[in-house]
Design a protein around this ligand. Structure first.
Ligand code: HPA
Ligand code: ZN
Length: 349
């Protein structure tokens, strides 16, 4: 399975660029920029990264982001992730960034976007990795703040494809951002939102009905509501699931109790993603390997999940088709005895 996981071309659709800040880079930037961080050694960092909930993670994650000051810092952060993509054979990525985490501390919107997009452009040229950028609103802040951030993003519309919603979910339901999502849609942005990570299935309904999202980030609590499950199957609304994140933040007891393969086999358009890999113990391939070990994922399920990562992306249909074919060719070459008629992409093939 490890060979197959590595060999298949993959897309990643749920990745916070601030969540790829590895301790080594955090230490280097802290020193360069004279920013205080509450750790001196990697061991101290590892001890601090024992989370008990989403909020316990966010508190540490926002502190880590304080070391990012210059455009070069955002470039270095993004470039390091793209090199990881290359090593893991991720050929397309749709990355999120949280501008408010930075503008609140006096870093300009332009600095953040310029550093990230310069790395993404270099990634296209030098590494052949395609990418889109998703700007997320912090949901613990007000809708008014989100409107200010949307206005700041408008001059960068060429660089930003979609709008998202992240941070502390409980008590900050999608309904709080109905108006700003409506405005974002009118400006032509694609829409995604975190929902059903810690929040219950009503948050997922709200993201669909009130925010009109194209995709749900996480969404694993959909299994509380059969009507919602049927709806997600019928409409093929994608869920970008992050298994190692869910275990780290105790939204799922352990991988053996994760519902991702049940959702997949029920016909939902689920994908696997790493969320904040520097904090949750692994990038995309480690998430897939963990599913193979913890849930006894089969090769045909892996193929289905990897195809879904393209199906749920914002790529054009013809680009998706090219990747489906590449996946099938590599799958057949590595597993010649496996039937390719096993579920490929629901509801076809
Ligand atoms: N949930 C909410 N907000 C986040 C996350 C997450 O998993 N990662 C980074 N910000
Ligand atoms: Zn996330």
């Amino acid at each position: 399975m490890k060979t197959l996981i590595r060999a298949l071309p993959k897309a990643e659709l749920h990745l916070h660029i601030e969540g790829t800040l590895e301790p080594k880079l955090m230490f280097r930037l802290a020193e360069k920029n004279s920013v205080n961080i509450p750790y001196d050694t990697v061991e101290e960092v590892e001890r601090a990264y024992q989370f008990t909930s989403l909020q316990s993670f966010l508190d540490i994650y926002y502190k880590g982001a304080h070391v990012l000051i210059t455009e070069e810092d955002f470039f270095d952060l993004t470039w390091a992730y793209l090199l990881k993509c290359k090593a893991q054979h991720i050929v397309h990525t749709e990355i999120m960034f949280d501008p408010q985490t930075h503008t609140q501390r006096g870093i300009t919107f332009q600095t953040v976007v310029a550093g990230i997009t310069r790395a993404l452009e270099a990634g296209k040229e030098e590494l052949r990795i395609s990418s889109f950028l998703i700007m997320s609103f912090l949901r613990h802040l007000s809708q008014e703040d989100a409107f200010t951030t949307l206005a700041e993003a408008l001059p960068f519309k060429e660089q930003i494809l979609a709008i998202g919603l992240d941070s502390s979910e409980l008590g900050n339901p999608p309904s709080k951002f109905e108006e700003v999502f409506k405005a974002a849609k009118q400006h032509g942005f694609k829409l995604v939102a975190h929902a059903g990570e810690e929040g219950d299935s009503s948050y997922i309904w709200e993201a669909i009905r009130l925010l009109n999202v194209d995709r749900i980030d996480h969404g694993i609590r959909c299994d509380e509501d059969r009507t919602l499950l049927d709806y997600l199957v019928n409409r093929q609304i994608p869920l970008t699931v992050c298994p190692l994140s869910n275990v780290s933040l105790h939204t799922v007891k352990d991988l053996a109790h994760h519902n991702i393969l049940k959702l997949l086999n029920r016909g939902l358009l689920v994908t696997v993603n790493s969320d904040d890999p520097a904090y949750f113990g692994g990038y995309l391939n480690e998430n897939l390997e963990a599913l193979s070990e913890g849930l006894d994922m089969q090769a045909s399920e892996l193929r289905h999940l990897v195809k879904n990562s393209f199906k749920a992306s914002f790529l054009k249909e013809e680009e998706k088709e090219t990747f489906y074919q590449k996946i099938d060719t590599i799958y057949k070459a590595l597993l010649p005895s496996e039937s390719i008629t096993s579920p490929g992409i629901y509801p076809n093939s």
